[in-house]
Design a binder for this molecule. Structure first.
Ligand SMILES: [Zn+2]
Ligand SMILES: [Zn+2]
Length: 619
């Protein structure tokens, strides 16, 4: 039953700008690496599409059957990485998208703020796309949306909280008024073109998360989204396993399931256990101020902290912009009920004694600009850490963040604070399903085909082997990669033509204008610095009017390297003398020789290769 009247996506305006054209795409190197034996084991049988199709064609012409209906699934992100999830479904000329996330930059992507999927394939198919469904409000699922919706007029479907979070994001980018957002509810169904998409409630580390059952002409595809099975969730809404079981009974063609925790045995504990830990820990902070760092979007965690604070008579202050935003949105939409008078502004904390205060803060990953980081390094406007503080880090470092989290913990300890983090007490649980939950999902959905998604290669492979252990034939399992496309019919899964997929860097207002070449330059500047040689030459006569002068940045300190600087100046002078004959000046040769000769001199003297930039002005 359709729940939303706007079943038919409005005709796309032709005004959608092809801003992705000409974008420099960073090549996704991962795709080439996917040669692991295990992946081949699962994917081997699917490489024969051409032959299969030919065979199928022959049979069909004999029997005069119409071709089997099919659906194609293209992956633009989220595979061999945790981040920028984006999947496209195509059948009979219609397309829908599921999720459009961002990834955070790797340390070597200097100056890059965030990474989004490459939208070249969206550009190519913009007239077919009927809508985009968002599974939940995490950045790796919604973070790329503003950049997509800036250029394409695609209606967006999501639950109330997800849409609320998307709204504030679009507002920030000043494009809210031109985007069509539609709320869907669990159990609701939306028909867009040949697709019917049913929303199914799942548990996760943010409320209002969905799995999507996508009915296509070829069969039903269940995309779990990020999920865990929490039988005692904070909001009382247990994942709708019975719906998944019923769909499984009727027949699910293909399951795309969250692989994040595929390597972890057992079950992910309930979010409620974290609240119980807070109940045990808060009394231990007797006489001290409690500071809890957590993910801004984990609204149920925030609720539990507030509830325990209330029960022990403490006020709660929030620190961190993203936390304040999410809490405001969640409270406004009814996902977080805050008892009257318990929240105070961070500016008011000096009015309360330590033992009457809880501060909830961002920065559980040690992010350098975050509130907890600023507290630890005495850069926070209102919070000075000392021996009167009891700090709980209610999160696990995401792989890669261990060092920065360790640095923050060290700094807090140095200042005399007591610090509690995950391994010491159960102050965090994951939002993703562990092996037993993944197996339960597989056993209820009973899919014919299986594609593990949302994870690095090791997670995807482990998830594939779990599926195999449950009786799914390896030839019906596919370990995909960004840029891969799978075609499914009722009977078979084949690999279709690859689609463009890669990383687009966002730096400030620039989207895609920073490519690998710019990153290489930044690395060089960061590693060896810059030397500028400037000179002014009279055009008519070829006479040197000013310079050559030498400026060094990040290479050597000029005052301590007078000899080297003098040598560089001398080399520049020689180049100028040699390149000017009887008033004839070859500007290109001057610049190139100056760069080469000075680079050589600097390397001979220092074994460093700063960027050498000749600036020759003619007057
Ligand atoms: Zn998530
Ligand atoms: Zn995710």
């Amino acid at each position: 039953m359709a729940e939303n009247k706007n079943q038919k996506a409005e005709k796309r305006s032709n005004g959608a700008k092809s801003a992705v054209n000409g974008r420099k795409r960073a090549k996704d190197s991962i795709s080439k690496k996917q040669t692991a034996k295990k992946a081949q084991k699962y994917n081997g049988k699917t490489e024969q599409k051409k032959n299969d199709k030919n065979n199928l064609g022959k049979k069909q012409s004999k029997n005069r059957q119409t071709p089997e209906k099919s659906v194609k699934i293209a992956f633009l992100g989220g595979l061999n990485e945790v981040g920028k999830n984006m999947t496209l479904y195509e059948s009979e000329g219609d397309m829908i998208i599921v999720d459009c996330g961002l990834a955070f930059p790797e340390p070597e992507m200097l100056g890059v703020d965030l990474v989004i999927p490459d939208f070249a394939y969206v550009e190519k198919n913009k007239d077919k796309i009927k809508g985009i469904f968002i599974t939940h409000g995490h950045e790796d699922h919604i973070g790329g949306l503003p950049y997509l919706l800036m250029n394409y007029n695609i209606p967006v479907y999501g639950t109330k909280l997800t849409i609320g979070l998307i709204k504030s994001k679009l507002e920030e980018h000043k494009i809210l008024d031109k985007v069509k957002l539609y709320e869907i509810k669990p159990k609701g169904k939306i028909r867009l073109g040949v697709f019917e998409v049913e929303a199914i409630h799942v548990n996760h580390s943010i409320p209002d998360a969905l799995a999507l059952a996508i009915t296509t002409p070829a069969g039903v595809i269940l995309q779990t989204g990020d999920f865990k099975i929490d039988t005692t969730p904070i909001d009382g809404e247990v994942i709708d396993l019975s719906r998944i079981a019923r769909l499984g009974e009727k027949g699910i063609l293909c399951l795309l399931s969250d692989s994040t925790n595929a390597q972890r045995p057992g079950f992910t504990p309930s979010e409620r256990t974290v609240g119980e830990s807070f109940e045990r820990l808060f009394p231990k902070a007797d006489g001290k101020r409690v500071i809890v760092a957590t993910f801004a979007s984990n609204i149920h965690r925030v609720k539990q902290i507030i509830d325990v604070a209330e029960s022990v008579g403490r006020k709660v202050a929030l620190s961190g912009r993203s936390l304040e935003n999410v809490v405001a949105t969640a409270a406004e939409l009814g996902y977080l009920r805050v008892p009257d008078g318990i929240l105070i502004s961070i500016d008011q904390i000096s009015r309360y004694p330590n033992d009457k205060l809880v501060i909830i803060t961002t920065g559980s990953q040690g992010e350098p600009m975050s509130a907890l980081y600023r507290m630890a390094f005495s850069e926070h406007r209102r919070v000075e850490i000392g021996s009167g503080d009891y700090v709980i880090i209610s999160a696990t470092p995401i792989p890669g963040n261990e060092k920065t989290v360790g640095k923050v913990v060290d700094e807090l300890l140095k200042r005399g604070a007591e610090v509690v983090y995950e391994r010491m007490y159960d102050v965090h649980v994951s939002g993703h399903a562990c092996q037993e939950e993944l197996k339960l999902m597989l056993s209820l959905a009973k899919p014919k085909f299986f594609i593990p998604v949302h994870g690095e290669q090791k997670h995807l492979q482990k998830h594939a082997s779990l599926a195999e252990s449950m009786g799914i034939s390896p030839k019906n399992i596919f370990i995909a990669d960004n840029g891969k496309q799978i075609e499914l019919t009722k009977r078979k899964m084949t690999q279709a033509q690859d689609v463009p997929a890669g990383q687009v860097f966002v730096d400030g207002y620039g989207v895609g204008d920073v490519g690998n070449a710019v990153i290489r330059e930044r690395k060089r500047l960061a590693e060896d610095g810059l030397m500028i040689i400037s000179a002014v030459i009279e055009k008519e006569t070829g006479k040197l009017i000013a310079g050559p002068d030498v400026i060094s940045r990040g290479f050597v300190f000029v005052r301590d390297s007078e000899k080297l600087i003098a040598e560089a100046r001398l080399v520049a002078q020689i180049v100028i003398d040699e390149c000017i004959h009887d008033g004839y000046i070859d500007w290109g040769v001057i610049r190139n020789r100056m760069r080469d000769d000075i680079s050589k001199l600097l390397y001979d003297r220092t074994k460093r290769s700063p960027m050498v930039l000749p600036v020759i002005t003619s007057v």
